[in-house]
Design a protein around this ligand. Structure first.
Ligand code: HPA
Ligand code: MG
Length: 225
């Protein structure tokens, strides 16, 4: 049986997680044993992420889900969000008999060392994104904080002359001097803490954790480079 989604219309900018919210007690959730002690709390449980993604998918389908949608997944952190978002867009597109086809391309960026953003943002490829020309493009990013990455990426993508570009960001971090412009589709607005899990890493660790969690000081020390 299919059902249409109700509630949580967008227009507001995502689910706001307040500054003082300590997160859920880890011991109430299931997570990999090897991360015991390395995380402080569960900020967003996996099931909550999935439900929010269904809402974003519905909005995206309604607004830009015509004919072909070129999805540009920002690696590595965006791989889970992108996969789940595209799955949900496709599932809802089937149940509404829309004629949408989706195509996913990937772009790789790197700017973080330990828990700090480095000055230089590397776009590691691919060089050629000419397949975006004349298409509706959806950039899919796991996290937006300063907005520098998003801005650089938008400039990069514009060079390939897409018809229109929208950005979906699962998380927007409340940082001082945050992004001037928000993504078009926002999952959650979160406090300024370093988070891991659901493909977000700390020096390549924690991508295999399915909840979004706050890393502990022990975890930062243990995986520091
Ligand atoms: N976690 C992981 N990667 C990130 C973060 C974060 O909080 N902010 C920017 N990149
Ligand atoms: Mg990273």
């Amino acid at each position: 049986m299919t059902h249409s989604l109700v509630g949580s219309g967008r227009k507001e900018q995502g689910v706001v997680i307040e500054e003082g919210w300590p997160g859920y007690d880890l011991e109430l959730f299931n997570y990999p044993e090897h991360y015991r002690g390395d995380i402080d709390s569960v900020l967003i449980p996996h099931g909550v992420i999935m439900n929010r993604i269904e809402c974003l998918a519905r909005d995206i389908l309604e607004e830009i889900g015509h004919h072909t949608l070129m999805v540009l997944c920002v690696l590595k952190g965006g791989y889970k969000f992108c996969a789940d978002l595209v799955d949900s867009i496709k599932a809802q597109s089937h149940s509404t008999n829309s004629k949408l086809t989706t195509r996913v391309e990937f772009i790789r960026l790197k700017s973080y060392l330990n828990d700090h953003s480095t000055e230089d943002l590397h776009i590691i490829g691919p060089e050629d994104l000419s397949m975006l020309k004349g298409k509706n493009v959806l950039i899919v990013e796991a996290i937006v904080d300063t907005g520098k990455t998003m801005k650089a990426l938008l400039q990069h993508v514009e060079m390939f002359q897409p018809k229109a570009v929208k950005v979906a960001g699962l998380l927007v971090k409340r940082v001082p001097n945050g992004p001037g412009t928000l993504p078009d589709y926002v999952g959650f607005v979160i406090p300024n803490r370093f988070v891991v899990g659901y493909a977000l890493d700390y020096n390549e660790y924690f991508r295999d954790l399915n909840h979004i969690c706050v890393i502990s000081e022990t975890g930062k020390l243990k995986y520091k480079v």
